[in-house]
Design a protein around this ligand. Structure first.
Ligand code: NDP
Ligand code: 8X3
Length: 268
């Protein structure tokens, strides 16, 4: 609800999120799912989007707030437009968009990489984010209120071996977030990128095309971030007072120092 987003109380140093409408892409797993729980704890109403319907419906049933499930492949521009245009009236005014749907595929050097993997990453992480933003943002601009949170990555700041294309997509998210902030000049719509280091989720399982042994090993060296850690940052960024736009939050696991340097202490 816009009024809730705009409410300004000199005694209060944050915006109340109760009754705000939040659209989260990639809500069926990991960071998106944790964001759904975190926003639900704050009393928000949730539009939960991803491809796996059953997971979204199970999540909606777990949450103690109104939820609307949208089965959506963000790569499909027409489907995105149809889904957003077709939201029931009581769900159509999105106050907060969390562009979280994303993935990595493969870890090969470019000369050995699979172009299908590259296409999937670019179509999801860059074009999908744009399709959803383009569909949702005009409503925010018309109402002169709203917040877009992009889930970027530390991989949008630096590149690691085998990560050229994935990192390229996250560098793009970084540029798109800055560009969006510039384009929103004159409106009260805010945008933020939340850029985590390593987070334990289904991310590595997807990267390695379902190879659970290889994926599990990724998180053996040190305690990674949890999806809840990232969700905390997302909720904090959108709940700052209306005159504050958090541009970027970078979160590292304490034992990860750069995208290539970490301290191996075991995951305990
Ligand atoms: P998960 O694999 O656990 O979750 C990814 C989510 O994205 C799923 O809900 C999946 O839903 C959704 N998704 C993927 N492709 C599509 C698509 N085409 N259309 C709609 N939804 C899609 O990974 P994470 O939670 O870790 O990843 C979430 C975001 O965080 C990504 O953008 C990732 O790049 C970023 N990130 C992750 C880090 C990590 O170390 N895990 C670190 C930094 C950033 P479904 O399959 O049901 O469609
Ligand atoms: C994901 C971070 O370093 O695990 O964005 O690829 S990394």
């Amino acid at each position: 609800m816009v009024a809730a987003l705009l409410s300004k109380d000199s005694e209060r140093r944050f915006i109340m999120l109760n009754d705000t409408t939040v659209l989260i892409t990639g809500a069926s797993s990991g960071i998106g799912r944790a964001c759904a729980h975190a926003f639900a704890r704050a009393g928000a109403r949730l539009v939960l989007a991803a491809r796996r319907r059953e997971r979204l419906e199970d999540l909606a049933a777990e949450l103690d707030v109104p939820c609307h499930v949208v089965v959506l492949d963000v790569r499909n521009r027409d489907a995105v437009n149809t889904a957003i245009d077709g939201l029931p009236a009581e769900w159509s005014d999105i106050d907060i968009l969390v562009n979280n749907a994303g993935l990595s595929r493969g870890l090969e050097p470019v000369h050995q990489g699979d172009p299908d993997d590259w296409e999937e990453m670019i179509d999801t992480n860059v074009k999908g984010l744009l399709w959803v933003t383009r569909a949702v943002l005009p409503g925010m601009v018309d109402r002169d209120v709203g917040h877009v949170v992009n889930i970027g990555s530390v991989s949008g700041h630096d590149v690691y071996p085998g990560g050229a294309v994935y990192c390229g997509t996250k560098f793009a998210v970084h540029a798109l977030t800055t560009g969006l902030r510039i384009d929103l000049k004159g409106t009260r719509v805010r945008c933020t990128t939340v850029d985590p280091g390593m987070v334990e989720s289904e991310f590595s399982l997807v990267r390695f095309h379902g190879d659970a042994e290889r994926a599990g090993g990724v998180y053996d060296n040190f305690p990674p971030l949890t999806p809840d850690d990232v969700a905390d940052a997302v909720v904090w960024s959108v709940s700052r007072p209306p005159h504050v736009n958090i541009g970027e939050i970078v979160l590292w696991p304490t034992d990860q120092k750069t995208v290539t340097i970490s301290h191996p202490r075991g995951n305990t």
